[in-house]
Design a protein around this ligand. Sequence first.
Ligand code: UD1
Length: 419
Amino acid sequence: MDRFVVRAGRPLEGEVTVSGAKNAALKQMAASLLARGRTVLRNVPEIADVAVMAEVLEAIGATVTRPEPAVLLIDVPDEIVPEAPYDLVTRMRASINVLGPLLGRCGRARVALPGGDNIGRRKLDMHFRGLEAMGASFVRRHGFIEATTPGLIGARTVLDFPSVGATENILTAAVLAEGTTIIENAAREPEIVDLAEFLIRMGATILGAGSPTITVVGVSELTPIEHEVVGDRIEAGTFLMACGIAGGEVEINGTRLEHLDLVVMKLGEMGLKVSPTAHGLWARSDGRLSAVDIATLPFPGFGTDFMPLAVTLLAVAQGTAIVTENVFDGRFGFVDELLRLGADIHTEGRHAVVRGVDRLSGAPVRALDVRAGAALVLAGLAADGETVVHDPYHVDRGYVNLAAKLASLGADVHRTTSP
Ligand code: UD1
């Protein structure tokens, strides 16, 4: 059976390079549908979710090849089929990101509705409202959302919440719309900025990406380009937390401090030393860290994707912390697995009270989603005996060789694969 097997060992030491960001690569793959011809994406992580998005693009009519591990060639023909099938959308919610590009390019789209997932209810109302303001109509039929428009016209949308997915779908629809679109209360994540840079280089006119107001002036056509995907800040944060949990001194290449400001600040308050290097970050932990309270928020706040990793770090820190999850409902499911490892955590709605313990105690546990799974692997670094993390495929969705990369820093981690 596939699983991660982890034992606590010596402090981490050495250098590791993060891969391209999953949440940037997937969106750029979807946006490549906006232009006929060949898009070349570099620094694309070799992960399961990228493979699913490649299948989505192929179902739509594109050809996707990977001549080298980190390079993706996407050939988009003149004629495409604007439909994302159910089996792919249920395997990966981010498939919904083809909606904006398909509407922009074809004036219609049929995308299966994703169900719920392990981090709670995830609505799409803001995606639809933003696109409706631009002249799209939506009908739900047989588990699909069917969108049509006689032609998208730029409009002003105020998002209730800076949703990453809604900002991306509206942005990728607006680039080929007629006139000016303004997205207020837009998400500001570095992956949005990378997507905007990708689109601008294709010929789009976009101002303000990375700020709460994005202005898009529609153009009639885009040209495919070559682009290097931004480094994965969440993977970088995972190695920072690993250093905090196992101790040691690491260099993390391929990321930028400004993408991790608040995470670094919180880890600094806990006692982890972090500073920027020419290629990324350096971090050192000189002993057990101290608890601090954390509340997740959209970027530049403390990202929700770091939360399960931070809870694990706090589970072995000195003192008690309150962790508040403000972005998703039901993202504390993984806490039950940490309890199996001897953590002392009490959850109540959006809050978790984490009382640090000296050591965890190795046990079999189960990965529930990508970040929760990574968090359990890290927990094993501070657990006596052996921690076995089942369902590692959740982790494979978002990490390129997490076990091998941790092992290269001296951690006792490996992933077994069934024949
Ligand atoms: C993306 C990331 C995910 C990250 C999240 C927040 C990808 C593939 N996934 O997810 O890793 O945790 O951003 O940083 O990039 N919401 C609504 N209505 C909507 C849209 C969202 O109510 O129309 C709510 C969601 O239910 C959730 C919150 O807004 O509670 C944030 O969601 P959103 O920012 O859209 O996250 P995703 O784009 O799904």
